[in-house]
Write a protein of this length. Structure first.
Length: 274
């Protein structure tokens, strides 16, 4: 365990002091290049991670590193413009620290988004995927160490990390808006190197449809503390070895920028119905 309950509470208190009587309900984590939704928040109160006690910096490209509180589609939101990753050198508990703080502030729902490699060869880069489940079994848990019972139990059930009700809501919303939405399993890999073609074949054999370097730790922590979770992936590129071309960060950011209207539109329409 890297953090004490007192540290989580101190972070929450520092943020609440800035928010006054505003109580957020829906926490959102915006992945690589997808931070634009944070700029659409109304009556925003933005707080840099570096101004919040115990928060780590977000150093990844396309990650602004700040929390934006306000309203979006009538929902009281807390938007993380940029997240922390294990490959930045942070423990899994540090990576998911903010989720617990947002839970303490009142959030009962988490929308996680990411850009990921597309492992499923039936699909194509640029598609959106509803995350139905995840695999993160080859790396340690963010819940490792002494359990903090104020958040949840020692051995939390993980049968429904991605809430069925929110999956149904996203499915229905995408259909109404005519946005094609794939559904599949997110497979977590450490990074920061992209996978080898052999690793991508292994991921496929093990049941992964998308591969990425984030999301899974935060979702484990959200499930532990009883939050409902909706996960949306932008399949920014075909995973390594599927096409005969190298992977690059620029490709990921370009795909995220190109998906802006579709991605923002879907998330906002889902928020409206939550
Ligand atoms: N692999 C891992 N993470 C990623 C990828 C990928 O192909 N694309 C975007 N994030």
């Amino acid at each position: 365990m890297d953090y004490t309950m007192e540290q989580y509470r101190a972070s929450a208190r520092a943020i609440q002091d800035r928010l006054g009587d505003f109580v957020p309900k829906v926490a959102m984590v915006l992945g690589s290049g997808l931070g634009y939704l944070g700029d659409e928040v109304e009556n925003p109160i933005a707080i840099d991670y570096r101004d919040i006690p115990h928060f780590k910096a977000s150093t990844a490209p396309g990650h602004k590193g700040r929390l934006v509180f306000g309203t979006l589609e009538g929902q009281r939101v807390a938007v993380m413009q940029g997240r922390m990753h294990h490959y930045e050198g942070y423990s899994y508990e540090a990576v998911s620290y903010a989720v617990r703080v947002l839970r303490l502030l009142g959030c009962d729902t988490l929308i996680v988004t990411n850009a990921a490699g597309c492992v499923n060869t039936e699909w194509k880069a640029g598609d959106l995927m509803l995350i139905t489940d995840q695999i993160k079994m080859f790396s340690e848990s963010p819940l490792r160490g002494e359990n903090l019972p104020d958040f949840g139990v020692r051995f939390p059930d993980a049968s429904h990390l991605y809430t069925s009700r929110l999956q149904a809501l996203a499915r229905e919303t995408a259909q109404e808006r005519g946005i094609p939405l794939r559904e599949g399993v997110y497979f977590y890999c450490y990074g920061p190197q992209y996978e080898t073609p052999a690793e991508v074949r292994a991921v496929r054999l093990l049941g992964g449809d998308a591969v990425g370097m984030s999301t899974a730790p935060e979702v484990i922590v959200a499930g532990h503390c009883g939050m409902e979770v909706l996960g949306l992936t932008l399949l920014s590129n075909m995973a390594a070895g599927i096409l005969d071309q190298p992977l690059s960060e620029q490709e990921v950011l370009d795909a995220a920028a190109a998906a802006r209207e579709k991605f923002s539109g879907l998330v906002r329409a889902c928020l409206r119905k939550m």
